[in-house]
Design a protein around this ligand. Structure first.
Ligand code: CP
Length: 308
């Protein structure tokens, strides 16, 4: 079985079978990540470029490591010091990197749809590493992988997603992904940070933290994205923490052994206290490790569409 498209732009484009293929491939990739060697030659002779117009630690570094562990050439285009600063357009930048022989372009951009626009204009495969408030498909895939690894098949599982839903591409990709795989995503956040119509994507919209979390197998907290707020949508970080942050009391109705997840970076003491972030049920570090394996699987499957 293969991925149908040359690009990975969103969960909305993937079938449940393709999602399963990526997760199953990541199981083997994780063996490379956790082995002493951290080396293979599946992508020998290939070039992967990361083009990030927004800040990132986990996603950008994990794509770079994933490329290197697979034996590819990994090139990071430092956007701030590139010709983008001279006004070069996204398409001209993409075409320039394309004719240098890149096989895969990994892009993060503040505008929703930028990776889709790029993909139509370059020969290279394009991977969406986060576009505006739209999608972050590789995050949803690594989250699903982490849930499946810890708890088994997600079909029928209740996954509580709480916080700044409005600005969250992580929430949108997770809702789409979980709904496709037969899980029950339940969402809640401050009314000023809820996205109108989000229920149409397949999420059950709840009325309180306690209702959202009740009986949940997984509790996923979202980062408050202050950088995307054009005006203050809540009074202060302290009030957000008090009324909308997770704490041991308001998550106590989750299933025993439920997983605490967060895409990172965490605003400690705002979305979650350190006691949950670093507690025994937290899989936040595992999410980061699994991000490398998932991105290796995607690079492998996209480059190998013809030959593997
Ligand atoms: N989760 C996530 O996208 O983190 P980064 O912004 O550090 O890549």
């Amino acid at each position: 079985m293969k991925l149908r498209s040359k690009d990975l732009l969103g969960i909305s484009d993937l079938t449940p079978e393709e999602i399963r293929l990526i997760l199953d491939t990541a199981v083997d990739m994780k063996k490379i990540v956790t082995s002493g060697m951290k080396k293979s030659s599946y992508l020998q002779g290939r070039t992967v470029m990361t083009l990030f117009y927004e800040n990132s630690t986990r996603t950008r570094v994990s794509f770079e490591l994933a490329s290197k562990y697979l034996g590819a050439q990994a090139v990071n285009v430092a956007v701030a010091s590139s010709s983008v600063a001279k006004g070069e357009t996204l398409i001209d930048t993409g075409r320039t990197l394309d004719v240098m022989g890149t096989d895969i372009l990994v892009i993060r951009h503040g505008n929703s749809g930028a990776p889709h626009h790029l993909a139509k204009n370059v020969k290279a495969s394009v991977i969406n590493a986060g576009d505006g408030m739209h999608e972050h498909p590789t995050q949803a895939l690594l989250d699903l992988f982490t849930m499946r690894e810890a708890l088994g098949d997600v079909k029928g599982m209740k996954v509580a997603i709480l916080g700044d839903v409005l600005h969250s591409r992580v929430a949108r990709s997770n809702i789409l992904c979980l709904a496709k795989m037969g899980a029950e995503p339940c969402i809640y956040g401050p009314s000023t940070l809820m996205a109108p119509g989000i229920g149409l994507m397949g999420a059950n919209v709840c009325g309180s933290i306690e209702e959202t979390v009740s009986g949940a197998d997984v509790v996923m907290s979202l980062r408050v994205q202050l950088e995307r707020q054009k005006k203050a949508l809540f009074p202060s970080a302290a009030e957000y923490a008090r009324y909308f942050g997770l704490n041991p009391g308001n998550v106590s109705g989750a299933k025993p052994g439920a997983l605490w997840m967060h895409p990172g970076p965490v605003n400690r003491g705002v979305e979650m206290p350190t006691s949950l972030v670093d507690g025994p049920q937290s899989v936040i570090d595992t999410q980061v490790t699994n991000g490398v394996a998932i991105r290796m699987a995607i690079l492998y499957l996209l480059t190998g569409r013809e030959e593997h």
